[in-house]
Design a protein around this ligand. Structure first.
Ligand SMILES: [Zn+2]
Length: 302
């Protein structure tokens, strides 16, 4: 993977299982649009709901909710990356086929929505391989991108990057440069990471620097609590500097009538607060910003 002319070395760090040079590249100001394709009950740390043996008992709402996203994307003629849960590819293969048929990139979100730091390297590899098999069977597509459930890559789980590369994955989008999640020293901009098994592109969660902290604002609860015009103007400002942003959404954020899961109060807030604002803000961003699938923004695929 050739480095861009404007490339500069941004960070060097040592660590178990990952090689150490992170480089920024001179990517154009096209933003990445991503959808984590999972159902309403795919919530990490949700007690008995995490038992995948019981998932078939739960109502499937993902087809209808994903159709709402697809119709918005159609209306605005935008293509996105769908990080598909392998379990969804097994349960709803025609949905994954339909997403691929509309020209969107199909990538993987793992199989059973398990956080990376809850798995051993061997369990991680098995979960990843099972998802790749299920997604290939459903869509016929070769997958080159990965996003960890709940952005669960941590400094002590960097071994996952080598496993991803060995399984044919060319880019990851799971790093969160925050103190309370991920790691504050993680890169804030797209970069290349060297692993023992080859280079991997990384597109981390987009953040803004504020009072010495990195703050997220382009997906999930941060998108739902941040005023729309702030999000739009902040991304435009990034784009003027040649920096792409990453926007992400979930099908269950298009479903205010979904069953409410019993969660601790802070997690409940995180999951359900201001849900109806998500589709409105998402539609506004689609109408006003240029977007492309992640593989294209990162130059991994044309
Ligand atoms: Zn997820």
């Amino acid at each position: 993977m050739a480095a861009g002319a404007g490339e500069r070395e941004a960070e060097k760090r040592g660590g178990e299982g990952w090689d150490t040079v992170v480089r920024f590249t001179d990517l154009g100001p096209m933003n990445a649009l991503t959808v984590d394709l999972e159902d309403w009950y795919h919530v990490c740390g949700a007690g008995k709901l995490e038992d995948s043996a019981r998932w078939s008992e739960y109502e499937s709402r993902v087809v209808r909710n994903t159709e709402r996203i697809l119709s918005l994307l159609r209306r605005h003629r935008v293509r996105a990356t769908f990080f598909v849960l392998g379990y969804i590819a097994e349960r709803e293969p025609s949905l994954v086929r339909a997403v691929a048929a509309e020209g969107h990139e199909i990538a993987t979100h793992g199989h059973f929505h398990r956080r990376v730091f809850d798995m051993s390297p061997e369990e991680f590899r098995e979960d990843l391989e099972r998802s790749l098999g299920a997604i290939a069977a459903a869509s016929g597509n070769t997958v080159v991108g990965y996003r960890a459930p709940e952005w669960s890559l941590r400094p002590h789980t960097m071994w996952a990057l080598s496993i991803l590369r060995k399984s044919g994955i060319l880019y990851d989008s799971s790093m969160v440069p925050l103190t309370r999640m991920g790691d504050a020293s993680f890169p804030r901009m797209p970069c290349t990471i060297r692993t023992e098994d080859g280079d991997l592109r990384e597109f981390p969660l987009t953040t803004v620097r504020c009072f010495g902290e990195n703050l997220p604002f382009t997906g999930g609860l941060p998108l739902r609590v941040t005023p729309y015009f702030y999000i739009l103007s902040r991304i435009r400002r990034m784009n003027r500097k040649g920096e792409p942003a990453l926007v992400y959404i979930h099908p269950w954020e298009f479903d205010d009538e979904q069953p409410r899961i019993e969660l601790p109060r802070s997690r409940k807030f995180m999951h359900y607060f201001n849900l109806p604002s998500a589709p409105r803000k998402f539609a506004g961003l689609l109408a006003n910003l240029p977007f492309a699938p992640l593989c294209e923004v990162l130059g991994v695929r044309d």
